[in-house]
Design a protein around this ligand. Structure first.
Ligand code: GLC
Length: 564
């Protein structure tokens, strides 16, 4: 057993989407050398852990989440020597690198799959779910990106893909395959990696027999969650994975674990859980996808209280059994402000309020690249500007349901994952300093790069970036660090509408902090259940308190208080 397995709990984590962080070689795509060049920016921000979205060799059908060689770096991003250099340079700065571990599926261009296609009797054919099934797919499961989860290969066989058809699912029932995956995981950990963010891991167990289900849509298909998400028996695979790999290293593992019920959190992230920690998505998408983006609700239309209560429930359940993560953004979502706040109210001050809301919750905070600058959605004008496979599918779905291209692009603008994948704006020069002038970046630059960029915000003490730095300093500092790391979470003022308010109490040191964040577009005055000792941080200038327990907040204002 490794000593101090909780080393990661006092760190601030940062997610990099490598394709869009920094283009060092001027080919329009971000790369590993670019990340190494910018490590001092991350250190200055106070980051201790960096999660890299996939940089393995990949045809890039799903942004690298389709891997054709697990033990190589894609030439788009550089070489293995660049990766080794990044690890060395990050270590020097006290930053641990997490890679993305994508082992529910690989790419259809992986040699295993190519061999499996060429020879139905090969060992590799048993690494996947191939089923003989004439003209119709073996069952009616719908893939996560739309359409059937099965693809025919021309010889009567069909293969299962829960995501795109270029992402065939690996068959975890096969022990030979499992051992190959474990060996690959150890290969990376032996390089001194800090650990992994583990992709789509809740899908590795499928219901035996792969039965059809009752259709839930006009297409006659059924979402595959009931048959292939946290399916009973998955624990055997996850325990074996942990024992054969993670347990042997001082690493942290962060599972992408959507849909784990609170009653099962202990199995996942309890003392002897499969992972160190996980992402809980229960309050990430209050607008609810339903049948597609065009059926989602806009901020102000969905139920604020239900969203807030899910956040509270997640905090309360997790603190009983372990240490979670907290996040508002990642590469799979539009920018948080777009998810949670009506467009007419967007401003840098609102970005600060959103930041305060989640950053002081209990759990390891993740910042997604550009979030610390207060980036907004990218305002795409046409589907031709989109690269993301899931956006293209949602766009098609909207058209098929009768929306015009103009109506459909409005939804793309609101929900596309590419909103958060545009190049990182470093300064106000051409291409925001991401790629050299004259080079066309792989995805278009954000239209606001001349004002919303790292350089401008570094020089402005009122910027969103300066606010994030202050939050990191508070969260990791001597004065409040312990309370914010370990303190118990408790919701307060639950009867107030459009309000997120909670305390963090350190029983050991007898001190309490409170976050009060107003999501109302009107000013308001609140009676608190305690007296305020000190205003630690406010998202905007705060009106003087009229009494020790009476707080007046401007629209969308939030505060961090020390209270009695
Ligand atoms: C995860 C990733 C997402 C990807 C999917 C399939 O949800 O975060 O980007 O499309 O898995 O690998």
């Amino acid at each position: 057993m490794v000593q101090n397995k909780n080393w990661w709990q006092d760190k601030i984590a940062y997610q990099i989407y490598p394709r869009s962080f920094m283009d060092a070689n001027g080919d329009g795509t971000g790369d590993l050398k670019g990340i190494t060049q910018k490590l001092d920016y991350l250190k200055d921000l106070g980051v201790g852990i960096v999660w890299l979205s996939p940089v393995y060799r990949s045809p890039m059908d799903d942004g690298g989440y389709d891997i054709s060689d697990y033990e190589d770096i894609d030439p788009l991003f550089g070489s293995m020597a660049d990766m080794d250099e990044l690890l060395r340079e990050a270590n020097k700065r006290g930053i641990k690198i997490l890679m993305d571990l994508v082992i529910n599926h690989c790419s259809d261009e992986h040699p295993w799959f190519k061999k499996a296609l060429a020879d139905p009797n090969s060992e590799e054919a048993t690494y996947f779910y191939f089923v003989k099934s004439g003209k119709k797919p073996p069952n009616n499961w719908r893939s996560m990106f739309g359409g059937s989860a099965w693809e025919p290969v021309g010889d009567g066989r069909w293969y299962l893909h829960l995501f795109s058809k270029k992402q065939p699912d690996l068959n975890w029932e096969n022990p030979v395959l499992r051992e190959k995956l474990y060996k690959m995981v150890r290969f990376w950990l032996d390089k001194g990696l800090g650990g992994f963010r583990i992709d789509a891991i809740v899908h590795i167990k499928k219901q035996p027999g792969l039965p059809s289900g009752t259709p839930d849509g006009k297409d006659g298909m059924v979402g595959c969650f009931a048959f292939a998400r946290n399916y009973p028996g998955i624990g055997d695979f996850l325990t074996e994975l942990r024992e054969q790999t993670f347990d042997r290293y001082p690493c942290v593992t962060v599972a992408e674990a959507a849909g784990v019920p609170n009653e099962q959190l202990g199995e996942y992230v309890g003392e002897n859980g499969y992972f160190s920690t996980m992402f809980d998505f229960s309050y990430s998408e209050p607008y609810n996808y339903g049948h597609g983006w065009h059926t989602c609700k806009a901020p102000g239309e969905w139920d604020f209280r239900a969203w807030r209560d899910k956040m509270y429930a997640s905090q309360l359940a997790t603190q009983e059994i372990g240490y979670g993560t907290v996040f508002f953004e990642n590469h799979d979502y539009p920018r948080a402000i777009q998810k949670f706040i009506p467009e007419k109210d967007h401003s840098p001050a609102v970005q600060k309020m959103l930041a305060q809301t989640y950053f002081y919750l209990r759990g390891m905070p993740f910042i997604y690249q550009g979030q610390e600058l207060g980036m907004t959605n990218a305002r795409f004008d046409s589907i031709d500007e989109i690269n993301d496979i899931s956006t293209k599918n949602h766009y098609k779905l909207a058209l098929a349901d009768g929306l015009s291209p103009e109506e459909a692009i409005v939804k793309v603008r609101r929900y596309s994952r590419d909103n958060a994948r545009v190049p990182f704006p470093w300064d106000d020069s051409a291409n925001g300093g991401f790629s050299p002038a004259g080079v066309k970046p792989w995805l278009r630059v954000h239209p606001d790069y001349q004002t919303v960029n790292a350089k401008a915000e570094q020089n402005d003490k009122n910027s969103v970036l300066s606010f994030y730095k202050e939050m990191v300093a508070i969260r990791t500092g001597k004065e409040y660090g312990k309370i914010l790391r370990q303190g118990t979470f408790a919701p307060i003022l639950k009867r107030c509408g459009k309000l997120i308010a909670y305390t963090r109490t350190c029983e050991e040191c007898g001190r309490t902090l409170a976050v009060v964040a107003s999501y109302s577009d009107k000013p308001r005055t609140l009676r608190l259940p305690f007296a305020v000792k000190r205003v630690v941080q406010s998202s905007a200038p705060l009106a003087p308190l009229s009494a020790p327990d009476t707080l007046s907040l401007a629209p969308y204002q939030s505060v961090l208080l020390e209270v009695q």
